[in-house]
Design a binder for this molecule. Sequence first.
Ligand code: ATP
Ligand code: LTN
Length: 334
Amino acid sequence: MIDGKKVLFSGMQATGTLTLGNYLGALQNWVKLSDEYECFYSVVDLHSITVRQNPAELRKRARNLLTLYIAAGLDPKKNCIYYQSHVSGHAELSWILNCFTYMGELNRMTQFKDKAAKHADNINAGLFTYPVLMAADILLYQADVVPVGIDQMQHLELTRDVAQRFNGIYGDVFTIPEAYLGKSGAKIMSLQDPLKKMSKSDENPNASVYLMDDTDTIIRKFKRAVTDSFAQIAYTDEQPGIKNLLDIYCSCTAKTPEEAVKEFDGRGYGELKAAVGEAVADVLGPVQKRFEELSKDKAYIDEIIKENADKANYYAMKTLRKVQKKVGFPERIR
Ligand code: ATP
Ligand code: LTN
């Protein structure tokens, strides 16, 4: 608890170009939850170097991502928006938690298996212990709730297990976090293969809608979206392409799948695709405009970066000092 409010932590990597999946699965929920909780939203750049990055490119993307958090509607005076690398506590707690996590647990992580297969030439130890760093991110702020997409649930379970293990040995040190999954955007699928998650690292640009795509591009990508030959608009697992389009439509319009199915009853796939495209463009347009404006205001963004790094450090250090004492590190002499 901070000032009587429960704490929320989430983060995103500054790798690749953000997709509609990232927006509907994560960012949009972050904005919805930001009044209710004391929020920490991090640009998790320590996570990004688990795969090889171009330094200048990473710096630029990280800044864009931080700006995008604000453009999406997060008030940086109320929400702590900061770079993970500006708070050394993440790495320090991560080391300690490494010593409380089993190899067997990490071996089961499906994201590691996927990423190891994708980057076979660079299966580094960081890629393997990445979930421990994620646990440190969350536990450092004593977060009660963590909004993520379904793909991150396994990491969140691990975080809970490690926290419980630590508490079991040393007493109540960490708050045990709960996941928060949005209703309709938790897993947005690829527009070209509705059985695969929409991902920033997909090599087919038509598979993903990017946050910065203009209206024409968005409409065109939806027009090309893979559907089926059932010729009926229903919300069912038998029709993953149509289901995905309805999910996207619902996330953008705050309608329920039942309402959407009724609205499109008797209409063709072409009409559905056009309506979804427009709904998405309506949601992304204002975010893009605000991003352009904010990007020009260097001094404002710099001030946010500094202020929030100080705030995040303050809370991170509180937990870290407690943990260091519990595990038996000597006290600091002042
Ligand atoms: P990559 O595909 O390169 O691994 P990613 O697109 O999954 O990257 P992340 O940075 O891993 O992006 O995810 C940021 C947040 O967006 C996470 O909370 C994740 O759960 C969410 N997210 C990512 N893709 C989707 C999706 N297709 N649907 C819903 N949420 C998603
Ligand atoms: N692993 C996440 C990003 C991430 C995160 C976190 C999300 C790093 N630390 C803490 C929630 C809480 C990803 O790749 N999407």
